[in-house]
Design a protein around this ligand. Structure first.
Ligand SMILES: [Cu+2]
Length: 195
């Protein structure tokens, strides 16, 4: 098969191969092509409604919490997540940045205000959320994120679980393959230009 191809044909094939390897490299594993789920929670003095929120592994969530009470509240949870971004909240900006980097869900909102964040749950399970202002949790400000597996039964995203370097060998292998194929393509093209 290889022998039957012209030099140019070989170069094209090799270029295609390196392009495919590069493409595989650049597509993040956690990009499940789904629309964000919109979740609205109302906080009062002293409860969250609804208090049970059902989410799905890998599906982005836009969470908006509105404070209909008379005092400051927040919403905290240990839910495992990725891609946390703040759209609106009363946490100091540096705290928002730190939470985004660490993947820590913690949003502050004063009376009459709405906080909004977007994140993607990474692991199926039940995770409590609560308000950690004074004794608000004990007074009733708590609820549960119920994170369900994907439709295909995936309970945990491959890139979650604390070790961001777990996929490094695969990435290096793909990068190596792309380089080798591109190098071969260049050599074959040069050869095809010889008289
Ligand atoms: Cu509170």
């Amino acid at each position: 098969m290889w022998q039957l191809l012209s030099q140019r044909g070989r170069a094209r094939l090799l270029l295609l191969g390196s392009a495919l390897a590069l493409g595989a490299l650049s597509s993040p594993w956690h990009t499940f092509a789904v629309d964000p789920q919109q979740v609205a929670i109302t906080a009062t003095d002293f409860s969250f409604a609804p208090s049970t929120i059902t989410l799905t592994v890998g599906q982005p969530v836009t969470l908006a919490v509105t404070n209909r009470g008379k005092v400051d509240h927040d919403l905290k949870s240990d839910i495992p997540l990725t891609a946390l971004t703040y759209q609106q909240a009363e946490n100091p900006i540096d705290e928002q940045k730190e939470n985004e980097e660490k993947g820590t869900l913690d949003v502050d909102f004063g009376p009459g205000n709405t906080a909004q964040v977007t994140f993607t749950p990474t692991k199926a399970g039940n995770y409590e959320f609560f308000c950690d202002v004074q004794n608000h949790k004990e007074l009733g400000m708590q609820g549960m994120f119920v994170v369900q597996p994907t439709a295909a039964g995936v309970t945990e995203l491959p890139n979650s679980g604390g070790d961001p370097n777990a996929l490094l060998p695969l990435w290096l292998a793909l990068a190596g393959l792309a380089l080798v194929l591109a190098g071969l393509a260049v050599r074959t093209m040069r050869a095809s230009l010889q008289p």
